[in-house]
Design a protein around this ligand. Sequence first.
Ligand SMILES: Cc1cc2nc3c(=O)[nH]c(=O)nc-3n(C[C@H](O)[C@H](O)[C@H](O)COP(=O)(O)OP(=O)(O)OC[C@H]3O[C@@H](n4cnc5c(N)ncnc54)[C@H](O)[C@@H]3O)c2cc1C
Length: 467
Amino acid sequence: MPIAGEAAYREGLDRLLASLDAIPTDGRIRLAKKTSNLFRARAATDTPGLDVSGLAAVIAIDPDARTADVGGMCTYEDLVAATLPFGLAPTVVPQLKTITLGGAVTGMGIESSSFRAGLPHEAVRSMDILTGGGQIVTATPDGPHSDLYFGFPNSYGSLGYATRLTIDLEPVGRSVEMRHVRFHALDELLAAMREIVDSRAYLGETVDYLDGVVFSRTESYLTLGRKSDEQGPLSDYTGMHVYYRSLQHADGVTRDRLTTHDYLWRWDTDWFWCSRAFGAQNPRVRRWWPKHLLRSSFYWKLVALDRRFDIGDRLAARKGEPPGERVVQDIEVRIDRTVEFLDWFLTEIPIEPLWLCPLRLREPLASGADPARPWPLYPLEPHETYVNVGFWSAVPEQPGQIEGRANRLIEAKVSELGGHKSLYSEAFYPRAEFDALYGGTVSAELKSRYDPTGRLLGLYDKTVRRQ
Ligand SMILES: Cc1cc2nc3c(=O)[nH]c(=O)nc-3n(C[C@H](O)[C@H](O)[C@H](O)COP(=O)(O)OP(=O)(O)OC[C@H]3O[C@@H](n4cnc5c(N)ncnc54)[C@H](O)[C@@H]3O)c2cc1C
């Protein structure tokens, strides 16, 4: 991935501003972007979108300061390709290659480094943002737009679009040594997770990366990764072998090793496990499946086709089965409520496997942050460990059920346990509950400053009303 430089970024910005000028001054502002990792459907529109095609590159990398200066629409795939030759990587690399830096900062992201490095937005030093009011402002933790800096995460483009971000990078090794630890009971897994988060080690060996998979109440795993430059055999899960299957074993600990590149993208090849819905894990199909199409962005295209032609529901109807309700969500609860959530989930919602990823806000907090509520639109408490639980599948609809029955049950359970859910997928919260969960009046206050005429859709309209 070539590094584009300042002049290319300026050109991209000019194109963006020209496309903004082409939108009537009372017209809605939206992105015209090729890829997306949003799961909720968006309303169709005839209004031209913002041309962000020139904002997708890495602008500069400073290996001494360990920072990257990046266009807002740059994908992590391109960003990582530019940083790895320097032995550096973003502090948190979301698992899907086409997630963009701007998307992960405004829409939240997480990965196995989050128990020590927090979330992608915490690595941001400064952001240039095109606001709903049509200005480009620079938001930093202690500058004149610090309110926008802290309010931007979880705003999903309702306040403005990040055109350029400067982020921290961290050193990585050439490979990642992995240990897959088998558990037969969920409370034992959570106890081990808590210990690792606190000590950053397991059985005397450093842990740099930590995530987990639950296959059932009695079969679950933690994967512990360690940055390494040691030589040795490397595995490859981009061909016939499937990464998540490599975790499974009867007892104890197994070891494996991937290049850092392959470790960072280990979940993209089979979209965690979701590629099985398309037959891509069936050896007879996989043998013929072009290797370059084993990637999440291709499965997105298949999902779009399924939605357009209702393929899944039609196939189910042929077999006499009910249509499915999509349950594609990531939620977060405190670590001490996680067993309770998992127990409830495994009883009520017939979906497996589940992905687990612990997270804590980075310490120390950014200067200028409110110590009680540093990121007001997605309130997580400092010094507290949370666990993200991801589940991405469908459950059979029940005759005459309310729209989103299973999704609503999950929302209620997560709220009861004091947690939150990510807003990239369907949400059903009543307005008052939504406001209480996601920042109260902060969103409206920021909107009146940065989008006074309401040219950008509001957060509730986007995420719950799906406008
Ligand atoms: C099935 C699924 C699995 C997921 N798994 C993971 C995961 O494993 N790890 C993880 O970290 N995240 C995951 N996500 C969440 C994902 O990180 C967020 O949805 C993120 O916002 C997607 O970024 P994107 O670049 O694809 O943005 P898009 O999908 O294009 O847009 C997302 C939202 O962000 C806004 N937006 C996009 N770019 C910008 C910008 N530059 N400035 C301001 N607003 C912008 C858009 O208007 C939109 O509202 C998952 C999402 C889905 C649907």
